[in-house]
Write a protein that binds this ligand. Sequence first.
Ligand SMILES: [Zn+2]
Length: 267
Amino acid sequence: MLYGEMSFMTSTVKKPSGVQTSKVVVSPHGVGVWKAIRSLWSLMAGKISLRVGNGRKILFWCDKWLGHGPLKELFPEFFSIATTPNISLESAKGVHGWNITFRRLQHDQELERVVEFFKTLGSFQGFKDTEDSLIWKPTSKGTYLCFLCGAAGENNSHLFIHCPVTGQLWQLFLNMVGIRWSMPATSVDLLKCWNQNDGAVSQKKWWKLVPACIWWTIWKERNYRAFEDKYNFVEKTKMNCIFLFYFWCKESYAEEAESLVDMIGSL
Ligand SMILES: [Zn+2]
């Protein structure tokens, strides 16, 4: 898989209930990839586009695979009379032409739009011998968007410090000790001042583990999304971080285990 791409079919997310379910909505006629992603991962929807492979996982009418939007939005009058509104792109494009059928014949006054419709379809470049895929769009600066929030370019400082998702993990630990802190600009700056924080806190051995614990959790979640095409909701990511923190503390600072249990229990 290329960097910045995601394959459709392996997509799964863990719901807050812990029940694992497919991120892909399967309809009797196909797989509503775009719809599913939009509903579960709305923040990301505008940041990715579709690359047509074999067309099996793309919905002809509902996914944005050609032109400037889904065909159902570009040609709503035809979508409303489509016989198979959930037809896949693969099924819609036959060897000898388009297999698009409607519940009624088009009216004469719709002729211009019919021509426009098939002209749009005419710009289709054809199938490829690959799976359909999602493409992670680069930002205007040519950098790839953060896999966690999709709202900024991914770089070290954003991913590990300033990303809103990462920020929730920092806040988790800062709240734990009642510290109000404005985050430093870079991860290097953070490490420099983390241990110089409030004396009582920085003397606790477990405090030094926090940055590594957060960064390891974030890095795993980032790669989970980038390479396995899955993601955890932020609450699950926070739980992962807490479990990892407890595990590391227990391994390294067994003498503080009791106070740690109390502390984690208060989260
Ligand atoms: Zn981010």
